[in-house]
Design a binder for this molecule. Structure first.
Ligand SMILES: N[C@@H](CCC(=O)N[C@@H](CS)C(=O)NCC(=O)O)C(=O)O
Length: 232
């Protein structure tokens, strides 16, 4: 059994970091949170790279194990600390569906968000090019298709970590490529359903902070969010 609380390296404006916070809140796991100053490139320091050699957040320390990548961390904390397996089902078929959508989030959805925001952060782009807008809409279409069968959540009738992971990235992406509720009806309904989660305020306020920073970069006057607050 863990003697100390696991420590999460985090900032609220980061969708993957927030996905871990939302998961912890859903399973009532009390994490110790350490803010990483991304704007001072703390994530690239030699000491932080000992925790995550990629130099990115989130990362988690639990006893003597270091874990990085939000998806791996979410799986770990649910497997270790959750009272049941509903967020990451043991059933092979259900778990495969969750894995499928976690990989989609990691390799498609979050990658698209990065492809848009990183050039904006570096003041090399001010608007989303049509090709990326099209790709984001294709990604929305994938989620719409997954929800088409009439199920409540992305992988079935219950909330899983795939919903939480996709939700955090979508709340930032939709500022940049709006989600047309006439075209993506199921996706829009799912977003409305997610509003009832106890984690909604935490997710939305982090996304707002993220968008505030993106907008300030587009306007040519980047405003670093201070103070970077941790909402529990
Ligand atoms: N696939 C990774 C993505 C992690 C990631 O790209 N994090 C960003 C913040 S959203 C980061 O640390 N960026 C700082 C950098 O690249 O220097 C995950 O899910 O954890």
């Amino acid at each position: 059994m863990t003697l100390h609380r696991p420590t999460l390296f985090y900032v609220p404006l980061s969708p993957p970091a927030r996905a871990v916070m939302l998961t912890a809140k859903e399973i009532e796991l009390d994490l110790e949170v350490k803010l990483v100053d991304l704007f001072a490139l703390e994530q690239k320091s030699a000491s932080y790279r000992k925790i995550n050699p990629l130099g990115k957040i989130p990362a988690l320390i639990d006893d003597d194990i270091y874990i990085w990548d939000s998806h791996a961390i979410m799986i770990y904390i649910v497997e270790k600390f959750a009272e049941d397996d509903s967020l990451y089902p043991h059933d092979l078929i259900l778990r495969t569906k969750v894995n499928q959508m976690l990989f989609f989030e990691a390799t498609v959805l979050f990658q698209l968000l990065s492809d848009i925001v990183v050039p904006i952060y570096h003041q090399k782009m001010k608007e989303v090019p049509q090709s990326l807008t099209n790709s984001v809409k294709d990604a929305y279409d994938v989620i719409e298709t997954m929800l088409k069968s009439g199920q409540k959540y992305i992988c079935g009738e219950t909330l899983t970590i795939a919903d939480l992971s996709i939700w955090t990235t979508l709340l930032s992406l939709r500022f940049l490529v709006p989600i047309d509720s006439n075209k993506f009806l199921k996706l829009d309904n799912w977003l409305k359903l997610m509003k009832s989660r106890p984690t909604y305020d935490m997710n939305q306020s982090g996304a707002n902070q993220h968008y505030g920073f993106i907008r300030s970069c587009i306007e040519g006057k980047p405003v670093i969010p201070v103070p970077i607050t941790v909402q529990k």
